[in-house]
Structure formats: structure tokens, C-alpha cells
Design a protein around this ligand. Structure first.
Ligand SMILES: [Zn+2]
Length: 59
């Protein structure tokens, strides 16, 4: 599951679909306002800069 939040109305929701498939906020209907919310494990991973760089390089 991916957590998403609308930048317009701050409505949070989860989806099993790809974030790129969510074009409009299901609450206010604003197109292009939905952003993915990084989860805790992603934040921990990003804190390790060297590991993040090597991961991006090989990805
Ligand atoms: Zn919204």
C-alpha cells in the first residue's frame, strides 16, 4: 500500500495502485495535487546518504 496526500486539501488516503495512476484527489477532485507520503522506512533509508547514492547508481 502507498500513502498519498492531497497538497490542496491535505486529504490523506491509501492506495494499492501506483501513485502515477492517481491523477486527481478523490476528496476535492484537484488534478495533479496528490503526492506520495514517504513511509518511516523510506525516511530511515534516506538518512543513510551513502547507501542511498549507491542504491540509485545501481538502480
Ligand atoms: Zn484534495
Amino acid at each position: 500500500m502507498v500513502q498519498l496526500q492531497c497538497q490542496k486539501c491535505n486529504y490523506k488516503f491509501e492506495t494499492a495502485r501506483k501513485p502515477s495512476e492517481i491523477r486527481a484527489c478523490p476528496y476535492c477532485g484537484t488534478v495533479g495535487s496528490v503526492r506520495e507520503i514517504p513511509n518511516a522506512s523510506d525516511l530511515l533509508r534516506n538518512a543513510d546518504v551513502d547507501e542511498a547514492r549507491s542504491f540509485r547508481k545501481t538502480a
